[in-house]
Structure formats: C-alpha cells, structure tokens
Design a protein around this ligand. Sequence first.
Ligand code: SF4
Length: 229
Amino acid sequence: MSGGREQYLAELGIPVWQLRESGTPAERPPATVPAVAVGPVADSDAWTELATEVRGCTLCPLHQGRTQTVFGVGRRDARLFVIGEAPGADEDRQGEPFVGRAGQLLNAMLRAMGLPRPEVYIANILKCRPPSNRDPEAAESAACTPYLSRQIALVRPQVLLAVGRIAAQWLLQTDVPIGRLRGRVLSYGEHNTPLVVTYHPAYLLRSPLAKATAWTDLCLVKDLLSESS
Ligand code: SF4
C-alpha cells in the first residue's frame, strides 16, 4: 500500500498515536499482506447454479418485498470473506452488499488492512432486504444461510470476518454479546475456518469511539492472513 495506511486510518477516524500506545495487536509493525495470486475462476458451474437459485428464490417471505436479491461480490478465490447481516435500502436498489455510507466505511477498513474491496468476497446472511431494515428473523436466516455456506465452500477463504452482532451470532449459533465475541480468533464450519468478529460499519458510524476497538480486530485478521500465507 503506497503510504496510505495513515490516510485510511484517518478515514476511520483513528489517531495513529493512539494505536501505537494501545498495547494491543495494533502496536505491532504493520504486517504486509501478500498480494493474492490471480488464478482461474474455479467451480464456475457451481457459482452459476447458485446465483441462479438465489435470483429466483422464494424460500422465505422476504422475496415479496425485494427489488432484487443481493448475492455477494468479490473475488471467488478471496483469502478474506466478509459477512454482514442483510441488504438495506441502497443494497436492495443496487444489488450489491455494503454500498452507501456503511459500505464506504467498510471499504476504508479493508484498505487499512491492505486489502482493497475487490480483493475480498463480501456477502450477507440474508440475500433479500427485511422490511424497514428490521433484524432478520430466525426462520429467514435458516432458509437463507445455506446459500452463504455454499458461497464460503466455493471461495474457501483463509479467514472469515463477521461484521455486526447479527452475522456473528448466527454464524456461531450463540447469543453471546458481540463485545465478548470480538477481539479473538473463533472458528466456523467443518473446516474450522478462522473467524474474527468486529462491529458493523453502520454501528461505527453511530459510535466513532468504537473505531479504535474495531481496528484491533482488523489487525487480528491481518495477522491471521500473514500467518497463513
Ligand atoms: S432472504 Fe434468502 S431465503 Fe429468503 S427469499 Fe431471499 S434469497 Fe430466499
């Protein structure tokens, strides 16, 4: 990253001096995240089949109110897979996860890790927007998350990053508060893929003081990616 780390931290609203005195993983020298090799897109038939299924899905009542499904976006061989909650109004309109202000902050968080948005894969627990942006209901998540599981299986990421309480609690099947889930390495699925939890960018926009805490989570992700390269 060309001298941009401080700039991206500034976008996150994080003073650099604060990070270096924090006593957290953030004080370590910035790990260099190696570039991801560009390779052939694997399992293209499976991706096409999955995208077609999602596009026409009527498994839960949310299909009635959607403008379109929001499948996911990014590299199909990404090392990092970011998982959010559900599409909001902007996502429903544009058909892409994490657009709008929260999406811009997520992009800044990713850049601060040395991973521009196109280098990762991003998807949500739900592929259709809940009305009035309410929390997903358990039955909706149960109906929809097999799609996410198939996406994760196809991407085979080295690290999962769950952003926000809803995504974290569903993936881990727990009601433990996000404050106790973040800041450590958990695991997901039969392959025990390392999973890190952090705050949702929409929450960080409302609570800027939590950005420094979120940065320590991102440093954890960065360290995991460096270790597995
Ligand atoms: S939210 Fe998921 S399960 Fe429900 S209709 Fe949309 S794609 Fe299907």
